[in-house]
Ligand binder design. Structure first.
Ligand code: ADP
Ligand code: MG
Length: 841
């Protein structure tokens, strides 16, 4: 049989999706099959098409009633007349009419809910009908180790052994290898053919965003939804109805076209919400997990988990609703401590205490011989339904309860005097639930390729790095786009934090460390003697929230990490350890570039310009060496600021050294002599350096001629002269720079950046800005931005001009603000011009 042809004929589809053909072929060959295929891939088609090709009836058992109806209606819209479903949502008359049709042989495909299978009419039907295939949809619900176990579904075959005459297809989107094995054993089909799809969805960008409070998450949400429009639709999942309502109201109040969906709303409201979302009347829906079953909107561009879900299965299933059309989509998981508590509570709830079980048993004894459903019991006992469900499952497993009609339960052995319940299974279940949650936390909090983690959970090997997760790639999300600046001050602060994290060696968490650094007097510190830590109060001049933010930024930069625990501890990463030893400035947000080195570079004929950078380099090298001598983890010998000051002041005596900011008595004692020796040795060399001739007269003449309309100066010579800038008069350097502006010189870029970091001289800065603008040196944009609030109008104007020339889009917001507040008229003009240039107006 030509399957392509059949696909085209029955469904009008051009080609099979991955694995579909294989599943259909094995089924047609009469092989029992377990297919684990991701959500949205088109699992249903595997049996829908097969059903049309097999001689007898195909029975699809699905625990999701709403979904059955959707699927049947979708098939009917496609022109299939021979499909139907049986659910408790239908009236008795309707059910009976449908049975008539089925028995008449009018249907090839019959969907049925597990509890309907117990109806006498269905049992009679099963005994006589020719059933070719039985499909267990959402087969993970069969597994007692699955995240949505339904015992009644599991032992369906025990109740209906006749079904075993047919072939089987078990389908699920989520099954760990353990769950797969359990499904196989429940169906007692050891030789089942397993078809497991590649679960990787390369078009999904996976990210986890750490937050501490609801406000932080809201800020992130707002920022993300306003600044990062991806088009298409967005689903925001929340873990509870309350969270859903709050988030919905938050977005609605800010003018978003948004709907909400959860089980607490009436059916009509839910349907409307769903319809509006599907038809793009609203682009955002805030929902609990109740939303999305069977929703296969192709252009969901973003799935945001506002709260962490309880299991990776749930997470991947829900996140997987993004990007079904194969185009890029973003799956963001907001990860905040308070949410862990919500989930723990839910886990707690799902493990009913013995009193609850006792209370339910009593209710059943009283009701006997009537059967009861979870809902009845909830009303009767006032216990939470979630709790009741698990208790019922447990009592059913222990054979204390039996299945009555329509999914209701009834006491199994009302006459038994004593009944021993074995609570171990309950315990084991709980343990597994906790383990799954732990894996979920790890996914959110660990510093490992998220793709590798989630695929690994489902038993699929994936070699990191991937091409679309926040660990392997540049962050995509708004919260991570914060403006980080690497300045001397950011570096100093960052190193204090890293040092503190290292000092505590992962014993305490983020907020406690922030308190220690802030010098908090709280009891939780003093009780643990944390106020005696050497970093106590080291950042006391900064607001506590700032310090926390900085810690988060260091986490975002992967220099720190938090452990995946309920009370996560703060640890230094490998990269963090390395950053200690490296002379590269560490960036944080909220710092404006300050040229501290500049003070070290005031030009004097005695060669300070020469000595400062060289000494600086020497001192850093010395520190690196010291750090490595001190062994791992490295100990910060001196902060950068202190090194800078030493380079600037070039102290000659221990007294002078002590006056250097950031170097305490003890350090002078330990290293003073060494430092002085270093300074000394360089000062001697600098004599030689400073005698180096300035830019050759000849070159200056060349430039002068060129500026009067003559030939270009020799570029090579110009570059060489620039490289010797250290020994040059400031005025000369400015002349050279003006030439650079006109003659884009390969190789001058690094130099320009370096010079920019070394000077505070207004004229020199102006010349540099001009050169940078002319040279289109975009890597200097952050430095230009920093100069926008320089006190000197000339410098501001030069920076503005450079940004305008480079059409630096990132400057736009700042320039626009500046246009409003700038006092100097001629700077203002430059700002207006730059804005016009950048926006291309
Ligand atoms: P799953 O159950 O795996 O989550 P569904 O069976 O609901 O996914 O199918 C998702 C969507 O994909 C449906 O709209 C279905 O019509 C469509 N689909 C399935 N197979 C194909 C195919 N081969 N070509 C095009 N569309 C398909
Ligand atoms: Mg499905």
């Amino acid at each position: 049989m030509n399957l392509d042809h059949a696909l085209q004929q029955y469904f009008g589809f051009q080609s099979f999706r991955p694995n579909q053909r294989e599943v259909i072929e094995t089924l047609l060959a009469g092989q029992p099959t377990l297919a684990v295929l991701p959500t949205g891939l088109g699992k249903s088609l595997c049996y829908q098409l097969t059903a049309q090709l097999l001689p007898g009836v195909t029975i699809v058992i699905s625990p999701l009633i709403a979904l059955m109806q959707d699927q049947v209606e979708a098939l009917q819209r496609r022109g299939f007349q021979n499909v139907t479903y049986l659910s408790s949502a239908l009236s008795a008359a309707e059910v009976s009419a449908r049975f008539d049709e089925i028995e008449r042989g009018a249907h090839k495909l019959v969907y049925i809910a597990p509890e309907r299978c117990d109806s006498p009419r269905f049992q009679r039907f099963v005994q006589t009908a020719e059933i070719s295939l039985v499909v267990f949809d959402e087969a993970h619900c069969i597994s007692q180790w699955g995240h949505d176990f339904r015992p009644h579904y599991r032992n369906l075959l025990t109740r209906l052994p006749e079904l075993k005459r047919a072939n089987f297809l078990a389908l699920t989107a989520t099954a760990t290898p353990e769950v797969q094995n359990d499904i196989v054993s429940a169906l007692s089909l050891p030789h089942i053919k397993r078809i497991i799809a590649d679960f990787n969805r390369p078009n999904l960008y996976l990210e986890s965003i750490a937050a501490t409070t609801r406000e932080e998450k809201e800020t992130w949400l707002l920022k993300t939804l306003t600044e990062q429009s991806l088009g298409g639709s967005t689903i925001v999942y929340c873990s509870t109805r309350k969270e859903t309502n709050l988030t919905f109201e938050f977005l609605q109040a800010r003018g978003f076209a948004v709907e909400r969906y959860h089980a607490g709303l009436n059916a009509e409201t839910r349907t409307t919400a769903q319809r509006q979302f599907i038809s793009d009347e609203v682009s955002i829906i805030v929902a609990t997990v109740a939303f999305g079953m069977g929703i296969d909107k192709p252009d969901v561009r973003r799935v945001i988990h506002f709260n962490i879900p309880g299991t990776p299965e749930n997470y991947y299933q829900e996140a997987g609703r993004a990007g079904r059309d194969g185009a890029a989509a973003i799956c963001s998981l907001l990860y905040a401590q308070p949410d862990l508590r919500i989930q723990r509570f839910l886990i707690e709830q799902s493990a009913p205490p013995p009193q609850v079980i006792e209370r339910l048993m009593q209710a059943f004894r009283e009701a006997h011989p009537l059967s009861l459903a979870a809902g009845d019991l909830a009303t009767a006992t006032g216990l939470p339904e979630l709790n009741i469900n698990t208790a019922l499952q447990f009592l059913y497993e222990q054979s204390w309860l039996a299945m009555g009609v329509e999914g209701k339960y009834v006491q199994a052995q009302p006459d038994a005097k004593r009944f021993n319940l074995d609570f171990r299974s309950l315990q084991e279940r709980r343990q597994r639930t906790e383990e799954r949650f732990q894996r979920m936390i790890e996914y959110a909090a660990q510093d490992k390729c998220r793709r590798q983690l989630i695929l690994g959970y489902f038993g699929q090997h994936f070699a990191a790095p991937c091409e679309a997760c926040d660990v392997c790639c540049a962050p995509k999300s708004a919260s991570n786009i914060a403006q980080f600046q690497a300045t001397e001050e950011s570096d100093r602060v960052a190193r204090i934090i890293l040092q503190a994290a290292d000092d505590f060696g992962g014993r305490i968490g983020r907020s406690l460390i922030a308190d220690v650094l802030g010098g908090s007097k709280a009891k939780r510190l003093t009780e643990r003697n944390l106020d005696r830590a050497r970093c106590y109060g080291a950042l006391s001049l900064h607001a506590n929230e700032r310090v926390r933010d900085w810690i988060d930024e260091l986490i975002a930069q992967k220099l720190l990490r938090v452990t995946a625990e309920e009370y996560p501890r703060l640890l230094l990463t490998e990269a963090g350890i390395q950053a200690f030893g490296e002379p590269v400035l560490i960036a944080l947000s909220g710092f404006v570039q300050r040229r501290v080195i500049a003070s070290a570079a005031i030009p004097t004929p005695t060669g300070n310009v020469a000595i400062a950078p060289a000494l600086h380099e020497k001192l850093r090298e010395w520190r690196r060496q010291k750090a490595s001598e001190a062994g791992m983890p490295p100990y910060i010998i001196l902060h950068n600021t202190a090194l800078d000051e030493i380079a600037a002041r070039q102290p000659q005596t221990l007294e002078e050294l002590k006056a250097v900011k950031g170097i305490g008595e003890s350090k002078v004692e330990s290293y003073g002599a060494e430092i002085l020796a270093l300074v000394q040795s360089l000062a001697e060399q600098s004599e030689a350096v400073s005698t180096t001739p300035a830019a050759p007269l000849e070159l200056r003449l060349q430039i002068e001629l060129w500026e009067q309309g003559g030939a270009e100066p020799n570029r090579q010579q110009l570059l060489e002269a620039l490289h010797n800038h250290a020994a040059m008069e400031r005025g000369e350097l400015i002349v050279l720079l003006s030439a650079v502006k006109e003659l884009p010189l390969q190789g001058a870029a690094v130099l320009l950046l370096q010079l920019l970091g070394e000077t505070t001289d207004g004229n020199f800065l102006t010349a540099l800005c001009n050169a940078i603008g002319g040279f289109q040196l975009v890597s200097a944009v952050p430095s230009m931005l920093a100069l926008l609030d320089d006190a000197r109008p000339g410098v501001r104007r030069a920076a503005v001009r450079a940004l305008g020339r480079m059409r630096a889009h990132e400057a736009l917001a700042m320039l626009e603000r500046m246009a409003e507040i700038e006092a100097s008229e001629y700077v203002k003009l430059a700002v207006q011009a730059a804005v016009l240039r950048i926006t291309n107006r």
